[in-house]
Design a protein around this ligand. Structure first.
Ligand SMILES: Nc1nc2c(ncn2[C@@H]2O[C@H](COP(=O)(O)OP(=O)(O)OP(=O)(O)O)[C@@H](O)[C@H]2O)c(=O)[nH]1
Length: 562
């Protein structure tokens, strides 16, 4: 790695709106630099996770070091491919801390979209060089000139700086490599200073422990060095350093300005915090600024399907959150579902992907409860909080056909089906991005679900006053379908305070006490029926409804998929 002086290094990221072609461009760059062989099978090579391949989207940023010869000089290009969906923008902002420039990929047909704008500003605020790349010029409806004008108008980047390519066919991709070398500055680092390495991502390997992705800002790190974590103050010996090419390739050393991985016998997932600084044990340094912690937007309870799986699930969640540090975890417990956790996610897709990764990568089976958003409640006797609807904040015309609208929404109104409705209403043209605007007052009510008068804690929800009736009714109906009949009648009720807003009844299971009673002795029949009625009365009085666990699961599963 010493062959690469700082001035021959470029660290860059590819950012774009979802599906505009980042991963395809990454494939071509890997091929052009000989990092991977050119075959027809190279499709999203950096999307390594099963969930990414199944869904065709990137959810994790991935790093690859490329070696490129240009005018007799050998360059080291460190590429970080990032996700495009709004739920994973935290991955983008972290990746940018290891870069000096970005390729901003824009689809030649769709033009600038919500995440294009959001990613541009992330890069702009981090003072990175932005190279606009207009992709998919091979499409029949491509209109690269229109997109150039949009880029000039919205981002103030002269249109002659745009590079027009087809990542799929490989057209003009070579000029992207040229632009990376000419327009992105080398990192500003000092190799003579003592080591400072920023941990910007990490994964857990069952055999080797934590594998930390590091960007070196100062100094050199070699195999055998004694290092210390600024976060935990624990010391370690470096077992292996290397670059991702795109698979791990050990090297003797890593120098300031380079990006690679480091394994130092960290066996516990809490030891390698993302945002931590690693220094030499003998020369501790001031830590580098870490990362703004992610702010979860959607919360859901997670429980093992079987309580005996609790410890396995705990360790799976710990390992996965090491790789996805934007998920928050708090212990929780429920009478029906046992011990579990309350997890915070950046959005619904993020929640689904996390769940799917747990199943696929850790073989875990979990119950995920209805997602909710956080509320701040001021409890008064009327429990009532004033409502506010969406308020328009801003409207900017990007060109004749495109407008950017800014609204203030209650989060609960947009997390579940807003994006789908927006897409279908606009025939897929509108795109959407959001950020937290703080708490607002709203007319919310706490809705209880009662079984024969007893509150079912697991089904208590906070809903908007106007929607309480329909949601309450739907839950009661679903519970009715999932509860087995018992010897006594079960009243299922949805209530706000003491007011009942919906009700369903599960009829008592009537045992045929007359089955063995042949003939017509009416007094004997009456006696048996009277005894049965008394038995039922007794049961109803002391009746504590037995709810089988899978009834909860059914109700919670249907609720969360709604
Ligand atoms: N016609 C055409 N299609 C392309 C081109 N580049 C990418 N695509 C297609 O566009 C789709 C999305 O490409 P990806 O590379 O997965 O996009 P992405 O931006 O990485 O998507 P996310 O990782 O989910 O954000 C795929 O079906 C690609 O085959 C191109 O130059 N021309």
């Amino acid at each position: 790695m010493s062959r690469f002086p700082v001035e021959n290094i470029r660290n860059f990221s590819i950012v774009a709106h979802v599906d505009h072609g980042k991963s395809t461009l990454a494939d071509r760059l890997l091929e052009l630099t000989g990092t991977i062989d050119k075959t027809k099978n190279n499709k999203q090579v950096l999307d390594k996770l099963q969930v990414e391949r199944e869904r065709g989207i990137t959810v994790k940023a991935q790093t690859a070091s490329l070696f490129y010869n240009c005018e007799g000089k050998q360059y080291l290009l460190n590429l970080i491919d990032t996700p495009g969906h709004v739920d994973f923008s935290y991955e983008v902002s972290r990746s940018l801390s290891a870069c000096q420039g970005v390729l901003l990929v824009v689809d030649a047909n769709e033009g600038i979209q919500a995440q294009t704008v959001a990613n541009f500003f992330l890069a702009f605020e981090a003072q990175l060089s932005v190279i606009p790349v207009i992709n998919k010029i091979d499409l029949k409806n491509a209109d690269p000139e229109r997109v150039e004008n949009q880029i000039e108008k919205v981002f103030d980047i002269p249109s002659d700086e745009c590079i027009k390519i087809s990542a799929k066919l490989g057209t003009n991709v070579e000029s992207v490599l040229q632009a990376i070398i000419e327009r992105i500055p080398p990192p500003k680092v000092h190799r003579k200073n003592p080591l400072r390495a920023l941990v910007f991502d990490s994964t857990f390997d069952q055999y080797r422990g934590v594998i930390a992705n590091v960007a070196l800002f100062d100094g050199v790190v070699s195999k055998g060095d004694k290092i210390v974590s600024a976060h935990t103050q624990k010391t370690y010996e470096v077992n292996e350093v290397g670059v991702l090419n795109p698979n791990e390739q050990p090297t003797h050393k890593l120098y300031a300005g380079q990006v690679g991985y480091l394994i130092a016998g960290m066996k516990d997932v809490t030891e390698a915090q993302i945002g931590d600084t690693l220094c030499l044990h003998k020369q501790p340094m001031e830590p580098l600024p870490g990362f703004k912690s992610a702010k979860p937007m959607v919360f859901a309870g997670m429980y093992p399907l079987d309580q005996s799986e609790y410890n396995n699930l705990k360790s799976a969640i710990e390992k996965l959150t090491l790789n996805d540090s934007s998920v928050t975890v708090h212990r929780d417990s429920s009478l029906a579902l046992g011990a579990g956790w309350r997890l915070g996610f950046l959005g619904l897709l993020h929640m689904e992907v996390f769940n799917q990764r747990l199943e696929q990568e850790y073989n875990a089976s979990v119950i995920l409860t209805t997602p909710t958003v956080p509320y701040k409640a001021v409890l008064s006797s009327s429990k009532l909080i004033k409502a506010r609807r969406a308020v328009q904040k801003n409207m900017i015309f990007i060109d004749q056909n495109r407008v950017m609208l800014k609204y203030l929404f209650p989060l609960n109104e947009i997390v579940v089906d807003f994006y789908d409705s927006l897409k279908s209403l606009s025939s897929g043209y509108a795109s959407f991005d959001y950020e937290d605007a703080g708490y607002q007052t709203a007319e919310l009510v706490k809705m209880d679900i009662l079984l024969n008068g007893n509150t079912v804690e697991e089904l208590v929800t906070v809903v908007h006053k106007d929607k309480a009736h329909s949601i309450g009714k739907a839950i009661c109906e679903r519970l009715k379908d999932s509860l087995p009949r018992q010897l006594f009648e079960i009243a299922i009720q949805a209530a706000i305070g003491s007011k009942i807003i919906a009700r369903e009844t599960v009829k008592a299971y009537r045992k045929n006490v007359l089955a063995k009673c042949y003939g017509g002795d009416i007094t004997r029949k009456m006696k048996l029926l009277k005894r049965q009625a008394e038995g039922k009365k007794k049961l109803r009085k002391i009746g504590n409804v037995e709810v089988p666990k899978d009834a909860f699961i059914k109700v919670l599963k249907t609720q969360s998929s709604k």
